[in-house]
Design a protein around this ligand. Structure first.
Ligand SMILES: [Zn+2]
Length: 406
C-alpha cells in the first residue's frame, strides 16, 4: 500500500483539501493522512511539495498513431484537399513512422498527462507500440471498404488484426472495433462487424458527419466527394445514407467522432441511441470542417468528450492544449462552466464512454493519477487555470504504478 499526500485533489470541479489517498492498483481510501496512517501503518508515504494537486489521469479517446510522422506533409484548410494529400502521401507517411516514431507519440501523450488513449488502428502497424506503452489502451481495429466485391477480403484482414490485438494479454489493454465512416464502409461489412461487437461486447467507434462534403455525398450522392469516389473507386452513389448508417448502431452506444455537420434530426437519433460524441476541435479547424455546436448537443442530452485526433490533423497530442483551443473556439459558452465540462469530458465522461473503471479520484477506481505543481493556492477558477497555464506534471501513476517522476 502507498499513501500519497497532496495539498489538494481536483474532482468534478471541486477542490478537496487535507485529504490523502491510499492506493495500490486501485484507490483504496481517501481520508485525512492521520486516519490513513492508522489504517495502513506499513504503507509507503509519498509526500509532495507545497501547492501540489492530484487529479485524474486524462483520457484521449481518439488518436491515430500510425500517422504520427506527419508534420508538414499533409495539406490543411479543406477536408477533400487534406484527404487527397493523405492518399498521395500515405505510403511515405506510414513507412516513415516506425515503432520508435509511434512510441514518441505515446510518450508525447504521457508527458502531457494522458494515462489512457483510444488508438484507431488502420493497418495494425501500431499494435506493438500501443501494447508496449505504459498507458491503458483501447485498441480500435478499423474496418474500411466501400466495394462489395472486396468485402470478404477486407473483413478477413480486419478480423486478423482484431485477433492479433486480442492476443495482447496485459493489464489495461482492450481490443475494440472502429467503423471508418458512413461513406467508406459497405453496409455488409458494417453489419458483420456490429454482430461481432454485440456478441463480444467490444467498445465501438466511428467517424461520423465530419465535413460538409460528407453530408452532401450521403444525402444526395453529390458534391466534392463525387469526383473522389468516381475517380478512385468508380462509385457513383453513396453506399448508405445517414439514417441507414445510424440504424446499424441503434442498440450499441458508440463513440461517434467529429459529428460537426449533424442537424436536428441526426442529433435526435444520436441522443436516443445514447451515443457519445468525440469532439476534436483542432482537427476540425485544420481540415476546414467548422465548429461543433456544443449547446445543441446539451439541448439534445448528448454526451460529448474532447480528444486530440492524430498527428495527421494536429500539431500535438496534448489534451490540455486541445481543451484550451475548445475553450476559445466555443466563445459563446460560459468560460468557467466550459472549462469544468472539458476537464470532466477527458476524465470521468471519457472513462464511462469507453467502459473503463478510471477517470475519477474515488475509492475503487483505478489509480490513474497526475500530480501537478500549482504555483499558488487554487481558487474557484482552478479549472480555467488548469487549461491556461500548463502546470508542470511532476508525477504520473497508471494502475498504481509510477510511470513519471522521482
Ligand atoms: Zn480520426
Amino acid at each position: 500500500m502507498k499513501i500519497i499526500n497532496p495539498n489538494y485533489i481536483y474532482q468534478d470541479g471541486n477542490i478537496l483539501e487535507n485529504q490523502a489517498i491510499a492506493f495500490e492498483k486501485n484507490i483504496e481510501k481517501i481520508a485525512p493522512i492521520e486516519d490513513l496512517l492508522k489504517l495502513f501503518p506499513n504503507a509507503q508515504i509519498i509526500n509532495l511539495p507545497e501547492n501540489s494537486l492530484i487529479m485524474p489521469g486524462l483520457i484521449n479517446a481518439h488518436v491515430h498513431l500510425e500517422f504520427s510522422a506527419n508534420k508538414e506533409t499533409l495539406e490543411y484548410g479543406d477536408f477533400l484537399q487534406w484527404l487527397y494529400s493523405v492518399i498521395g502521401n500515405r505510403d511515405e507517411l506510414i513507412n516513415s513512422c516506425n515503432i520508435e516514431c509511434m512510441k514518441k507519440a505515446t510518450q508525447m501523450m504521457l508527458e502531457s498527462g494522458i494515462t489512457t488513449y483510444g488508438a484507431v488502428s488502420s493497418y495494425g502497424m501500431d499494435l506493438d507500440a500501443a501494447a508496449s506503452s505504459p498507458q491503458n489502451v483501447v485498441f480500435f481495429n478499423e474496418l474500411i471498404g466501400s466495394q462489395a466485391t472486396m468485402a470478404d477480403a477486407l473483413f478477413a484482414d480486419f478480423t486478423a488484426r482484431l485477433d492479433a490485438s486480442k492476443s495482447i494479454k496485459r493489464e489495461g489493454f482492450y481490443p475494440a472495433v472502429a467503423i471508418h465512416s458512413p461513406y467508406s464502409v459497405h453496409p455488409i461489412l458494417v453489419k458483420k462487424a456490429l454482430q461481432m461487437v454485440k456478441n463480444e461486447k467490444l467498445p465501438l467507434s466511428a467517424h461520423f458527419l465530419e465535413s460538409p462534403a460528407e453530408k452532401k455525398w450521403l444525402e444526395q450522392s453529390e458534391g466534392d466527394f463525387k469526383k473522389f469516389f468516381v475517380d478512385f473507386l468508380k462509385q457513383e452513389k453513396a453506399v448508405s445514407n445517414i439514417k441507414e448508417f445510424l440504424a446499424h448502431f441503434t442498440d450499441v452506444p458508440t463513440l461517434m467522432t467529429h459529428v460537426v455537420q449533424a442537424g436536428n434530426e441526426e442529433l435526435e437519433i444520436l441522443s436516443k441511441s445514447k451515443h457519445t460524441i468525440i469532439h476534436c476541435p483542432i482537427s476540425n479547424r485544420l481540415l476546414g470542417n467548422g465548429a461543433i455546436d456544443l449547446a445543441e448537443l446539451d439541448k439534445h442530452n448528448i454526451h460529448w468528450i474532447c480528444a486530440t485526433d492524430g498527428l495527421s490533423s494536429n500539431y500535438t497530442l496534448n489534451l490540455f492544449e486541445e481543451m484550451k483551443i475548445a475553450l476559445f473556439m466555443h466563445h459563446e459558452a460560459d468560460l468557467l462552466t466550459l472549462a469544468k465540462r472539458l476537464l470532466q469530458s477527458v476524465t470521468k465522461d471519457a472513462a464511462k464512454a469507453l467502459g473503463l473503471n478510471t477517470g475519477e479520484i474515488k475509492e475503487g477506481k483505478n489509480s490513474d493519477m497526475l500530480v501537478l505543481e500549482l504555483t499558488s493556492k487554487p481558487n474557484e477558477q482552478l479549472p480555467l487555470h488548469l487549461l491556461l497555464h500548463g502546470y508542470n506534471i511532476s508525477k504520473i501513476y497508471i494502475n498504481g504504478k509510477q510511470v513519471k517522476g522521482e
